[in-house]
Ligand binder design. Structure first.
Ligand code: R5P
Length: 273
């Protein structure tokens, strides 16, 4: 792997553990001001010190993240549909590779929609992005989107989508956790991270999801709503970090959550200044 590509990837997936806690905050690109992410700067600042990467669009990056932060950026570069449309799969590449390089991001992210009306379009978008990524030393994350069809989150569908993404050349794949996730991981020869999906009922449900995904082959999470829609988002991300990087059990993660719950977030500082 080219040095630049390898360096960027190792900023996100930490070499010490081979794992990553990515904070997803790119929902606005089709969902608008998602609950609790209405003011991205306010929500993200206390969380950034605990994120190995933050996923945003260029608009939120420029308006809401101080360029002096050193948290690696995963730049969402696909879009073109909104939540008002029945079919969310009609996406194009919205942000150029030149812009991604100018913004000094660590990777770009694009959704693919396997089995939809725009399957071919989304797969060709991914292949173009990988071609440009290879030229520029920029890792590409493929996201196996399911649009509004959440029931598609099963091993048969996700293993197909993830494998297609890897075959086209995605360097990292984001998918959903599902029953028999091991089958998805075994068929995907690049690092896999899992999204959280809509907010789960309890913190324990989230910790179980993270723990099981890691046991079954994921290298980490790229999670949003189950962190920032929780009443204690900093406690949540700390607990998730303990599972991802410190091999904590679900019970130990729950203890980390309870220890940090209700504490006011420490004032986030740039480069510890
Ligand atoms: C959708 O907007 C994005 O791909 C999200 O980054 C992804 O769904 C992860 O966020 P969440 O954990 O909220 O599902």
């Amino acid at each position: 792997m080219d040095w630049g590509m390898s360096n960027r990837l190792s900023r996100m997936i930490k070499p010490k553990t081979g794992r990553s806690v990515m904070l997803a905050a790119d929902h606005g690109y089709f969902m608008g001001p998602t609950r609790r992410l209405e003011n991205p700067r306010k929500m993200l600042e206390p969380l950034l010190p605990y994120a190995d990467t933050v996923a945003v669009t260029r608009g939120i990056l420029r308006t809401s993240i101080d360029p002096r932060w050193d948290t690696p950026i995963l730049l969402r570069v696909s879009g073109g549909a909104s939540i008002l449309k029945e079919d969310l799969s009609d996406e194009e590449i919205t942000t150029s590779m030149k812009e991604a390089v100018r913004l000094n991001v660590s990777a770009v992210a694009i959704s693919i929609f396997v089995g939809t009306n725009h399957e071919k379009q989304s797969l060709i978008n991914l292949s173009k992005l990988v071609n440009e990524g290879e030229e520029n030393g920029m890792p590409v994350m493929a996201i196996t989107a399911v649009g509004k069809e959440l029931e598609k989150r099963d091993a048969k569908y996700l293993s197909l989508s993830c494998r297609l993404a890897a075959e086209i050349g995605a360097h990292v794949v984001k998918t959903y956790y599902c029953e028999n996730f091991r089958k998805v991981a075994d068929g995907t020869p690049v690092p896999l991270v899992v999204a959280g999906g809509p907010k789960l009922d309890t913190e324990l449900d989230v910790f179980n999801l993270v723990y099981n995904a890691l046991q079954e082959g994921a290298v980490g999470v790229d999670m949003g709503r189950n962190i920032w829609q929780n009443d204690n988002p900093v406690a949540m991300i700390k607990a998730i970090r303990s599972i991802v990087h410190e091999k904590a059990t679900v019970k130990e993660a729950q203890d980390v959550f309870l220890e940090n719950k209700g504490k006011s977030a420490e004032k986030a500082t740039i480069h510890g200044a």
